[in-house]
Write a protein that binds this ligand. Structure first.
Ligand code: EPZ
Length: 419
C-alpha cells in the first residue's frame, strides 16, 4: 500500500498546469458507445477512474488505444458486446452505471449490477431509471441487478426531482438517438454536463440548453466519430487555489478560466484571497489576512460539494467561526474526524459543520476517506506542524493525476512512499 507524507511549513510558488476534467472525461468515454466510428479524446488524464472505464470498454470488446505522448485516447466501439452485469469493473466504480443510457440507445437493452453507495452517501439511481422509463424502457430490479429494455426509445418530458449530474448525463445519452423530442427539466447545470452535451453535438446530436436547467434533445439517426478535447478540471484547479490560500502563497494556475470557477472564486474572495484573472490562467494570492466565512454546497452554479472538504481544511485554521452546510450528499463529513486528529475544532450537527479556527494544526497519521477528503488531508498537511502521513491514497489517485508531483513542483515538501 502507498501513502503520501507531507511536511508542513513550506510556502508555495510558481505555477501548476490543470488537467482535463475527470467528471467530463468519464461520461465522454462512455458516450463513445453511441457511435460505431473512431473517436479521439485528447488530453485525457490517465487517472485510476479513467483506467477503470477504459478497461470496462475493453471488456465489452471495444478498441481502445492510449497514447502516452499526448494522453489521447482513440476509441472504437464498433464491435461492442452487451455488458456482463456481474462485471467486477462495473461494481468497482459508480460512474460505470453511465453505460446504461448509451447501451439502451444503441441496443435497446442493458443489464448491470446496481451501483453501490460509497463513503459520502447512498448514491441512489432512481432518477436515472425514472428517465429510462419515461423514454419507454421496461426496467426491472432484482437480486442486485438492473435490467432495462426497449424496442424503441421515444422522446418524452422528464422532470428530475433533484438536478442529478449522473441522471442528467445518462438520460441525455439515452435520448440523443431516441425518436422525437426529449425535454429534461430541473437538469444538472454542471460544466461537465455541458461538456458532454458539447461532445455529443460535435458528433451530430441535436441538443439545446445544456448547462441550463432545461435541456431539449431532438433524436437523430446516427452520430459520427470526432476528435474532442474536454474542459479543464475545475475541482483540481480549486484544490490548488486553496493550497495557495492555506499556505499564504501566490501561485499561477494554468489552463483555466474563471467562468467555471466563479462559485469558488467568489467565496475565496470573501475570505480575503486576491485573484488576477487572465484568458487562460488565474493568479491566486493567498498572502493577506483571512476571514471566516459561511458556505452552503449546492448544485452548480452554487458552491461545489466537491470543494467542501478542501475548504474545510482552510477554514479550520482561519481565526473565528465558520459554518459549512452540505446539502448535496448526506454523509460528506468523514474528513472531519481526520482533521480533528490534527487539532481542528469542528462540531457537526446533521448536515452542518461548525468550525472554530485554530492557530495551527499538528501533523499525524490520517487517512483519505474519499477522493476529495484525501485532497483536504494534503492541504491540511501543507500547514500542519511536522509530518502528516496520509493512508488510503488510492482514493486521491482516482481524481488527481501525479498529485504529489504537482505539489512538489510548487515547493511543497511531499513524497509518496510504499509501506
Ligand atoms: C457526480 O456524481 C460527480 N461524479 C461527483 O463527483 C459530484 O460530487 C456529484 O456529481 C455532484 O456534483 C461524476 O461526475 C463521476 P448526483 P453523481 O447524481 O452524478 C442524489 C468527485 O469527487 N440522487 O448529482 O453521482 C444523490 O443521492 C465525485 O469527483 C438521487 O437522489 O451525483 C445525491 O444526494 C464525488 N437519485 C445528489 O443526488 C438519483 O437517481 C447528487 O448526486 C441520482 C442522484
Amino acid at each position: 500500500m502507498e501513502k503520501i507524507i507531507v511536511k508542513g511549513g513550506n510556502k508555495l510558488s510558481g505555477e501548476v498546469n490543470i488537467s482535463s476534467a475527470k467528471n467530463s472525461v468519464l461520461p465522454i468515454i462512455v458516450a463513445t458507445i453511441l457511435c460505431p466510428d473512431k473517436v479521439i479524446i485528447q488530453n485525457s488524464p490517465m487517472l485510476e477512474d479513467v483506467n477503470v472505464i477504459c478497461n470496462l470498454l475493453n471488456e465489452l470488446n471495444c478498441d481502445i488505444n492510449i497514447s502516452k505522448i499526448n494522453n489521447s485516447l482513440t476509441i472504437n466501439t464498433e464491435n461492442i458486446i452487451p455488458a456482463d452485469a456481474n462485471s467486477e469493473l462495473i461494481k468497482k466504480m459508480r460512474a460505470s452505471f453511465l453505460i446504461m443510457g448509451p447501451m439502451l440507445a444503441r441496443f435497446g437493452y442493458c443489464k448491470l449490477s446496481l451501483p453501490g453507495g460509497c463513503n459520502i452517501g447512498s448514491r441512489p439511481i432512481d432518477l436515472h431509471l425514472k428517465g429510462f422509463k419515461a423514454l419507454g424502457a421496461d426496467v426491472n430490479i432484482g437480486h442486485g441487478i438492473v435490467e432495462a429494455s426497449a424496442k424503441k426509445l421515444i422522446g418524452n418530458r422528464i422532470y428530475l426531482d433533484f438536478p442529478s449530474v449522473g441522471a442528467t448525463e445518462n438520460i441525455l445519452m439515452a435520448s440523443v438517438l431516441a425518436e422525437g423530442t426529449t425535454i429534461i427539466e430541473n437538469a444538472a447545470e454542471e460544466p461537465e454536463v455541458w461538456d458532454l452535451a458539447n461532445f455529443l453535438i460535435s458528433m451530430g446530436a441535436d441538443i439545446d440548453g445544456a448547462g441550463t436547467g432545461k435541456i431539449v434533445i431532438n433524436g437523430v439517426k446516427t452520430l459520427k466519430g470526432i476528435t474532442y478535447k474536454p474542459i479543464f478540471d475545475r475541482i483540481e484547479a480549486g484544490t490548488f487555489m486553496i493550497a495557495a490560500a492555506i499556505t499564504n502563497s501566490i501561485i499561477k494556475i494554468n489552463g483555466v478560466n474563471e467562468e467555471h470557477l466563479r462559485p469558488l472564486i467568489e467565496k475565496l474572495k470573501e475570505c480575503g484571497i486576491i485573484f488576477t484573472e487572465k484568458d487562460d490562467c488565474i493568479i491566486v494570492d493567498g498572502r493577506g489576512d483571512k476571514k471566516p466565512i459561511d458556505i452552503k454546497t449546492m448544485p452548480y452554479p452554487g458552491f461545489p460539494t466537491d470543494m467542501q472538504p478542501q475548504m474545510m481544511s482552510l477554514l479550520s485554521i482561519i481565526n473565528g467561526s465558520s459554518i459549512i452546510t452540505e446539502t448535496v450528499f448526506e454523509n460528506r463529513f468523514m474528513h472531519v474526524a481526520e482533521l480533528a486528529r490534527m487539532g481542528s475544532k469542528i462540531k457537526i450537527d446533521g448536515r452542518t459543520a461548525f468550525i472554530e479556527g485554530v492557530q495551527n494544526l499538528t501533523g499525524c497519521e490520517v487517512k483519505a476517506t474519499d477522493l476529495r477528503a484525501g485532497a483536504a488531508m494534503i492541504l491540511a498537511g501543507l500547514i500542519a506542524e511536522g509530518k502528516t502521513e496520509i493512508n488510503d491514497i488510492y482514493h486521491i489517485d482516482r481524481g488527481y493525476i501525479n498529485v504529489e508531483e504537482k505539489f512538489k513542483n510548487l515547493g511543497a515538501d511531499i513524497i509518496r512512499i510504499s509501506k
